[in-house]
Design a protein around this ligand. Sequence first.
Ligand SMILES: [Fe+2]
Ligand SMILES: [Fe+2]
Length: 273
Amino acid sequence: MRLLFLGDLVGRSGRTTVIERLPGLIADNRLDFVVVNGENAAGGFGITEEILGQVLGAGADVVTSGNHVFDRREALVFAARQERLLRPVNFPAGTPGRGAGMYMARNGANVLVINAMGRVFMEALDDPFAVLDKEIAACPLGEQADAIVVDFHAEATSEKQALAHHLDGRVTLLVGTHTHTPTSDYRVMPGGTAYQSDVGMCGDYHSVVGMNHEEPLRRFIEKVPGERFSAAGGPATISGLAVEVDDATGLATAVAPLRLGGVLSQTIPPFWD
Ligand SMILES: [Fe+2]
Ligand SMILES: [Fe+2]
């Protein structure tokens, strides 16, 4: 089985580029399952139901999120009916929506997707390690789940790497999101879990984490309230991680980064030899 995970879609540039190119990526690489983080898809903050529909329509199987999931208030309503939208699983009980779900891949496999959020330099939430243990125990890899994908939306690399050791061998892919900048530590861990500290964003990298740089820069220099942040609108780089999965075990056998278009574009050989 072949999985593709795409990092946070940021604004119109990231969103439209992914919607345009995802169908071709799926066909050319015979991808069985695609997860996209959509927390910044609407103008850089949140997601609307219309955009969610467009991303799913382009071929994403699941859209994950993070701290910005409810920035568009309408998400508080449609999160309940949209089973392919996930918000962090360790949000307080009573939060609308769901943090995990089982979905069928194009090859018929059952894929468990879990979205969790870190706590270091972020909001106070339930322990993501304990919550993930509980979710995985309910649908273990190789039993109810043929593959397990975890989107760990977190700021601190240390927390992400610690979780990688905690989950190694129990999930197919653990990928970090939220920093909007890809790390080069993608690999298959010794236990067979594919891992990358942060997958980056799909957006304009000539920016400050996807936002036009003027206002973020000004806030570092002057301490007075100013303009709102706005999503940068230059050409987007699609940034993701592709994973080849051993169908017998559900563990990863190979990973390859994807950097397509925009200022970060790299000539990386096709994911699959
Ligand atoms: Fe984000
Ligand atoms: Fe985030």
